[in-house]
Design a protein around this ligand. Structure first.
Ligand code: SF4
Length: 467
């Protein structure tokens, strides 16, 4: 755990100094937040809607086994095939078996964090299967041989110039750093891959138990092509993505796009129910749904269960003061940001605890469409990380002294008076800079407010007298 903390700190230092990354993050997260704010203002009762969504998620996770069972029955009734994977390895094995048995040589994929979670592309390529990501952001990342740095905007860290360089190299022609020209070039290049692919792999934003419907929300239309053009469609989802009914879906659809990109609705919402039927002109011959556990069921009934309510909208990343400075790659995990820290602590074979990588400001809870109490869970992770750790003697003493001071008004006033005297050499423009000794770590990257000239209790008494 200490290793992952040190690795985070080292990477964060690099990210903070990376001017291009800082500009890209500022631009993208700022824009998402403004759009989100505007979109929520258009709702008549946003708080009521969020409460309803939260209640649906709570109820669904409590009755998860029943909903999964119903989903499996309805998927099969609609002509689809169901698979359950206990972990990422099993999920990959199921996919490779399906591909082998059906002679699949090329695959097109739409955006799927579940497939990122199990490193599916590497496994398919190792088996000799050609994989093409078709979400624009994911394709950029694939060409750059990187991993996504944001849940909904995988290439958020890339500038138009960097994308132009990647596309020019891949398409062997010089392309300008113009988003429209780049999108048109990507469209031409990817269209052929859709026609050639034997299998389409997608994620699932939701799966409706009562109807056996797989729901995919996208903005680019690639999801629709991935799930209809190839002869086989395989959707992969974490077990928590099941929802009971279509009326529940309507609640989440009002919140998801608003929280993610500030749209009232995403451009495409695809509801897939089974393969192509007799007489239909398009759609795949086979539809498979793989439901993956990969550590999720361990958290049912536990302190981190609430993280299974997540819609993967990414709003908590856009508002997080840590994510906004360090970007997604610093977390070195599939899921970055506040919710990513929690998911990373239990998903997959190598969970890690990055509970300290947060300011606990609470902004994530404020924006979360399903009101997940992320700060509470981050605190739980911190407790977990510290449990059983023997504090160094210096830290033990300083906490003991702080405890004594905070318990005694006399000592508190004395300490504040001494603080006001000793802070003088370090005061610059009203802030404390470059403190010596143990304070140095605090002031290396930021200034601290000084001990106030007039303490709060004095000002409070004055206010009382004035009123
Ligand atoms: S925790 Fe909430 S805000 Fe963050 S991605 Fe999940 S649903 Fe969105």
């Amino acid at each position: 755990m200490t290793d992952s903390r040190s690795a985070f700190i080292a990477k964060a230092r690099g990210a903070i100094r990376d001017q291009q990354l800082q500009e890209a993050l500022d631009l993208a997260t700022g824009r998402f937040l403004t759009l989100r704010g505007n979109a929520f203002r258009g709702l008549t009762d946003p708080e009521g809607l969020r409460e309803r969504a939260k209640a649906i998620k709570q109820r669904t996770i409590r009755e998860l086994d029943q909903h999964l069972e119903r989903l499996a029955t309805e998927i099969q009734r609609a002509g689809g095939h169901m698979h359950f994977a206990a972990d990422g390895r099993e999920c990959v094995d199921i996919l490779l078996r399906l591909a082998r048995e059906r002679g699949v040589r090329s695959v097109v994929k739409s955006k799927s964090m579940a497939s990122e979670e199990i490193h599916l592309n590497a496994a398919l390529e190792a088996a000799g299967i050609e994989v093409a990501e078709t979400d624009l952001g994911e394709w950029i990342i694939q060409l750059a041989k990187e991993t996504p740095s944001h849940i909904i905007a995988p290439a958020i860290h890339k500038t138009a110039r960097q994308v132009a360089e990647l596309f020019s190299a891949a398409m062997k022609q010089q392309l300008p750093p113009d988003p429209e020209a780049l999108t048109a070039a990507a469209r031409r290049e990817l269209r052929q891959k859709f026609f050639q692919a034997d299998m389409g792999i997608s994620g699932a934003n939701f799966a409706v138990a009562e109807t056996g419907t797989i729901v995919i929300v996208t903005n680019e239309g690639n999801g629709r092509l991935v799930t209809t053009l190839p002869r086989i469609h395989v959707a992969i989802m974490g077990m928590e993505k099941v929802i009971p009914s279509l009326s529940d879906l309507m609640v989440f659809l009002q919140l998801l796009a608003r929280s993610a990109t500030g749209q009232k609705m995403s451009v495409y919402t695809s509801l897939i129910r089974g393969p192509r039927r007799a007489g239909e002109t398009d759609g795949p011959e086979e539809v498979h749904l793989i439901i993956m556990d990969n550590g999720r069921s361990r958290e049912l009934g536990g302190p981190l269960e609430e993280s299974l309510h997540c819609l993967r909208c990414g709003a908590c990343l856009n508002v997080c003061p840590v994510y906004k400075e360090v970007g997604g790659h610093t977390y070195d995990s599939t899921y970055p940001g506040p919710i990513g820290i929690i998911l990373t602590s239990f998903l997959g074979p190598h969970p890690k605890n990055l509970g300290g990588a947060s300011t606990l400001c609470g902004a994530c809870l404020e924006v979360c469409p399903v009101k997940i109490d992320i700060p509470r869970m981050l605190l739980d992770l911190r407790h977990e990380a510290e449990r059983g750790r023997e504090l160094p003697r210096g830290e033990r003493w300083s906490f003991r002294v702080a405890g004594m001071i905070l318990r005694s008004p006399v000592l508190y006033r004395l300490a504040a008076r001494l603080g006001r005297i000793f802070q003088r050499p370090f005061l610059r423009d009203g802030y404390l800079e470059r403190l010596p000794g143990p304070g140095a770590g605090w002031t290396r990257f930021r200034d601290l407010p000084p001990v106030a000239a007039r303490p709060f209790h004095v000002r409070w008494k004055e206010l009382e007298r004035e009123s």
